[in-house]
Structure formats: C-alpha cells, structure tokens
Design a protein around this ligand. Structure first.
Ligand SMILES: CC(=O)SCCNC(=O)CCNC(=O)[C@H](O)C(C)(C)COP(=O)(O)OP(=O)(O)OC[C@H]1O[C@@H](n2cnc3c(N)ncnc32)[C@H](O)[C@@H]1OP(=O)(O)O
Ligand SMILES: [Zn+2]
Length: 176
C-alpha cells in the first residue's frame, strides 16, 4: 500500500549549490504581480493578468511559487482538463496541463523548477484526480526539455507552428 503524504504548507529546500535556501508553496493573489513580471521577463508567451488569476482561482493547489529570501523567483501555473489521453490511445482522462513555468535567471540550476513541478504534479493528482500530465515546449528549448525528461516526461507529439513566431512545439506527457 502506498500512503500519499499530503503536503499543504510551505516546504523548505536547500539548493543544489548547497547553500541557497528556497521555499516552495501555493501561490496567493498577492503573488500574482510578481508571477506576471517573471513570466514577462523569462518567456515570450505572455498572458493577461486575469488569465493568471483565473488559474489561481480554479486550481489553487497546483499554482506553485518559489521564494528565496522572501522574494518570488519562480512559478508553475497549471490546470486540469478532460480529454483524450496523451499516453493511452482512445481513452478519455482527467489530465493535468502545465501551462507555464519560469525561474529568474539568477535562481536557476538550483533545483527550483524541479521542486515546483513535482509539487504541482502531485497536487494535480491528489486534489484534482488527474492521472497524467502534459505540456507544450519549444523544440529548441533544450534546458526545459531536459528538465521535463528528468521528471519522467516523454515526447509524444510535435505540433507544427504552435508558437506565434512559427516555431514547432513538442507535446510532452507523463503518467501521474
Ligand atoms: C510549459 C512551459 O512553460 S515550457 C517553457 C519553460 N520555461 C522557460 O523556458 C523559461 C526560461 N527558463 C527557465 O525559467 C528555467 O531555465 C527552467 C524553468 C527551464 C529551469 O529552471 P531551473 O530552476 O533552473 O531548473 P532545475 O534547477 O530544476 O533543473 C533541473 C534540470 O533541468 C535541466 N536544465 C535546467 N537548465 C538547464 C540548462 N540551462 N541547460 C541544460 N539543462 C538544463 C538539467 O537537467 C537540470 O538538472 P541539473 O542542474 O542537475 O543538470
Ligand atoms: Zn499548454
């Protein structure tokens, strides 16, 4: 029997440099401006503020932020949808969707994205009953693709001209 430990509150970690302490927790409305600022800084895919707020209101357990010294340095925004499985052909499932992930350049390679993704994925499974999770990523985004592969995601498709500048996306999925 597997016992799922439900982690609800903030979690403390030490970064891979052996000294930077970071905290992973659920986002609140107060964090949204910081999250929007990070999204605009680190990704060309930007969304209106209401889009972030809507995800926070609908899937608060799976909207995760990371803090270093009281400052927000990263986020993972997710949602859960019904649809065709990306893993088992012909099956309709509840699937998590990692909508956007970003970490400020000065806080990278510490394990922050890994810790936020693991918590968001766990939340999608435990609180929203998702049985798998998927995301789209630019085919040129080697750092992100390798992060996702380390977490157990596999490339399950390629979406031509998915991005507004014409770049293709890989569709990546992982069982929960
Ligand atoms: C669904 C989407 O949102 S797709 C878009 C994803 N977001 C972006 O591309 C925004 C810009 N990039 C970033 O914000 C960050 O670089 C992220 C989110 C991709 C990674 O954040 P980090 O906190 O640095 O990741 P983390 O430290 O957990 O790295 C885990 C693993 O990912 C891989 N990885 C991360 N960065 C890199 C890199 N620059 N080059 C190669 N591999 C990398 C490595 O395998 C790494 O493990 P290692 O450090 O032990 O080698
Ligand atoms: Zn998406």
């Amino acid at each position: 029997m597997t016992i799922e430990v439900i982690i609800d509150g903030p979690q403390k970690f030490t970064g891979k440099d052996g000294k930077t302490e970071f905290i992973i927790r659920e986002a609140t409305l107060k964090d949204i401006n910081d999250v929007v600022a990070i999204n605009r800084k680190v990704l060309p895919e930007n969304y209106p503020v209401w889009f972030f707020v809507e995800h926070l209101e609908q899937f608060p357990k799976a909207f995760i932020v990371a803090e270093v010294g009281g400052k927000i340095v990263g986020y993972v925004m997710s949602r859960v949808e019904y649809g065709w499985s990306n893993i088992e052909r012909g099956k309709v499932v509840k699937k998590g969707h990692i909508v956007s992930v970003g970490v400020l350049p000065e806080a990278r390679r510490l394990g922050i994205a890994t810790a936020m993704m693991l918590r968001a994925m766990r939340a999608m499974k435990i609180y929203y009953s998702a049985t798998e999770v998927y995301l789209e990523v630019r085919v040129s985004n080697t750092p992100a693709i390798s992060l996702y592969e380390k977490l157990g995601y596999k490339i399950v498709g390629r979406i031509p001209r998915y991005y507004s500048d014409g770049e293709d996306a890989y569709l990546m999925a992982c069982p929960l």
